[in-house]
Design a protein around this ligand. Structure first.
Ligand SMILES: [Zn+2]
Ligand SMILES: [Zn+2]
Length: 271
């Protein structure tokens, strides 16, 4: 291999490490500080759980997040070599496949990840030999934003493989590959906050109830065998795997919030 290719790989490795750490600091550490330290004391009426996370749980989430990021980093470098040697569908000229495809590309990736996450997550619960690996993630109760990447290394590989699915199955602009990681982390962080902020009538609104809520994923951490999806309440609906208590618990949390709300603006907005 030529020296220039190796130095490009080195530059990429440093850039990827910085990118992964910046995302972790912003979404996981930032999300934890914002929800549990800054806002938390003033919003008990938004709490999904009655208990608080222990510091042992949070340190375990941080440790596992770092091993996940190390695995993502190594898998990312592997993917970079495959991309540079022309083995993937990742492209870099934004108009290479047309403007419409460029814009749709992000949503195609999102739907693909919703599908990948739902099924791999469900198999990790249903297949006995995979289950012990996934139980590392379920140690988080109530979850915190640090739980977003708190996986056993085997599960980290399963989740990291999605970026190979993009590379080999979905022609994707390189910018979306980066942007999608941050978007995934952002939504993941929301799912792991133990506070509910969505609209009080969300479940009665035909278009909006397709979105998942923090309550949805929090109930998954509590009851395990239901609520497997991430962005959309699509596969859980199609496969009838929404938890029977989801509606009831969401409405109970929102009723508690409405009863204790002091802000007129938030009242009017229904948030
Ligand atoms: Zn989770
Ligand atoms: Zn699970």
């Amino acid at each position: 291999m030529e020296m220039s290719a190796l130095s490009d790989a080195g530059t990429f490795a440093v850039m990827l490490a910085g990118f992964l750490l910046a995302n972790f600091l912003f979404f996981a550490a930032g999300g934890w500080w914002f929800f549990y330290r800054f806002l938390g004391p003033s919003i008990p009426h938004r709490e999904i759980h009655a208990t608080a996370p222990t510091s042992a749980q949070i340190w375990s989430e941080i440790r596992h997040s770092f091993s996940t990021q190390l695995i993502f980093w190594l898998m990312g470098i592997g993917l970079w070599f495959l991309w540079k040697s022309g083995h993937t569908f990742i492209y870099s000229r934004w108009d290479e496949r047309g403007v419409v495809y460029f814009l749709l590309n992000f949503f195609i990736i999102q739907f693909a990840h919703d599908t990948w996450f739902y099924w791999t997550h469900r198999w990790m619960h249903e297949w006995k030999w995979l289950r012990p690996f996934h139980m590392v993630h379920h140690r988080s109760l109530p979850p915190t934003p640090f739980a977003s990447l708190s996986f056993h290394p085997v599960e980290a590989i399963v989740q990291g493989l999605f970026w190979y699915v993009i590379a080999f199955a979905i022609p994707s602009h390189v910018i979306w590959v980066w942007v999608f990681y941050s978007f995934m982390f952002y939504i993941n962080m929301w799912g792991h906050t133990a506070y509910e902020f969505w609209h009080k009538d969300l479940l009665d609104r035909p278009l909006q109830k397709i979105l998942n809520t923090p309550t949805h994923h929090n109930l998954h951490h509590k009851y395990h065998q239901k609520n497997f999806s991430i962005y959309y309440n699509f596969w859980d609906k199609v496969c009838v795997t929404n938890h029977a208590k989801y509606d009831e618990e969401y409405r109970a949390i929102k009723a508690k919030t409405e009863a204790h709300k002091t802000s007129k603006i938030m009242k009017a907005l229904g948030l």
